[in-house]
Design a binder for this molecule. Structure first.
Ligand code: A3P
Length: 289
């Protein structure tokens, strides 16, 4: 294990949340036994994970859709690398839904060989950074950095959970021709949620009626999720999240970075990120400026 700090430990060059995972557990994932029906939602932190977790839960579970089951997202779509609720992955009925922030290189071998399906959601990294900044106050397991400039420099250096955003997106987008991966953008989900839900259903081979799709869209809206305890993480242990400091569903908008970053900070961000973003094999539907 490489040197760690109070909040994160580093293993094989990647940072993980202290106490929620171990190096042995991370290494064991390489040989994680997959099923063809497994679905993995992969994101860089703060890119719309909880939103897509909820959409998946609403698509797969009628009881989540019609409100007859009170099972929250952490149990519906548990984290591959952070098994917070100690879910029994091996005996879990199919189809198993997982969330993960792992870089491609750390994913199970069988997944790389084409087993299971993956939905990758990306978001404008400037909005990701601003969201991370605010979330670090709510989170009890991330360092709460008061000064935005300090967290920005850590983000640009990849010294945050998820590491360097560019590496994460680059590693995954190199798989863009892989039939088992659907790439989505947070911004496209915001602009056309119904279209995105239909895309997800088609990709997963799930046939929902028009009414059911409308129901998914309705219950995945920011307003509905904000007050749905099954879908807003308020059931998370208080030693992980302190909701007196803010909300998990904070603003849910596109371009909030413009309210936070100064002109100089924006230029600094672009000087580190812009060239590499332009070279990525995936074209993003956000205005990086
Ligand atoms: P903001 O902090 O910008 O509001 P993650 O789940 O990956 O941590 O991402 C959290 C971000 O997704 C937060 O962004 C949160 O508000 C946003 N989000 C969650 N649910 C959403 C929804 N239904 N619609 C739009 N944004 C949503």
């Amino acid at each position: 294990m490489e040197p760690s700090d109070k909040y994160m430990f580093k293993h094989r060059g990647f940072y993980f949340v202290q106490d929620l995972a171990t190096p042995e557990n991370i290494d064991s994932l390489e040989n994680f036994e997959m099923r063809d029906s497994d679905v993995f939602l992969v994101t860089f932190p703060k890119s719309g994970t909880i939103w897509t977790q909820n959409i998946l839960s609403l698509i797969y579970h009628e009881g989540h859709r019609n409100g007859t089951e009170d099972i929250d997202l952490l149990d519906r779509v548990p984290w591959l690398e952070y098994n917070i609720r100690k879910v029994d992955y091996v005996n879990r009925p199919s189809p198993r839904l997982f969330a993960s922030h792992l870089h491609y290189c750390l994913m199970p071998k069988e997944l790389k060989n084409g087993r299971g399906k993956i939905i990758y959601v990306a978001r404008n990294p400037k909005d990701v950074l601003v969201s991370y900044f605010h979330f670090s106050k709510v989170s009890q397991v991330l360092e709460d950095v008061e000064d935005f400039e300090v967290i920005m420099e850590k983000f640009l250096a990849g010294k945050v959970i998820g590491n360097l955003w560019l590496d994460h997106v680059e590693g995954w987008s190199a798989q863009k021709d892989n039939q088992n991966i659907l790439f989505l953008m947070y911004e496209e989900m915001k602009k056309d949620l119904k279209g995105s839900v239909i895309k997800i259903c088609n990709f997963l081979g799930k046939r929902l009626t028009e009414e059911e799709i409308d129901d998914v869209v309705d219950k995945a809206s920011f307003g509905k999720m904000s007050v749905d305890r099954r879908a807003n993480y308020t059931t998370m242990p208080s030693d992980l999240l302190d909701f007196s400091k803010g909300r998990f569903l904070r603003k849910g908008t596109i371009g909030d970075w413009k309210n936070t970053m100064t002109v100089a900070q924006n230029e600094r961000f672009d000087s580190v990120f812009k060239k590499r973003i332009e070279k990525l094999p995936i074209k993003f539907c956000w205005d990086i400026n």
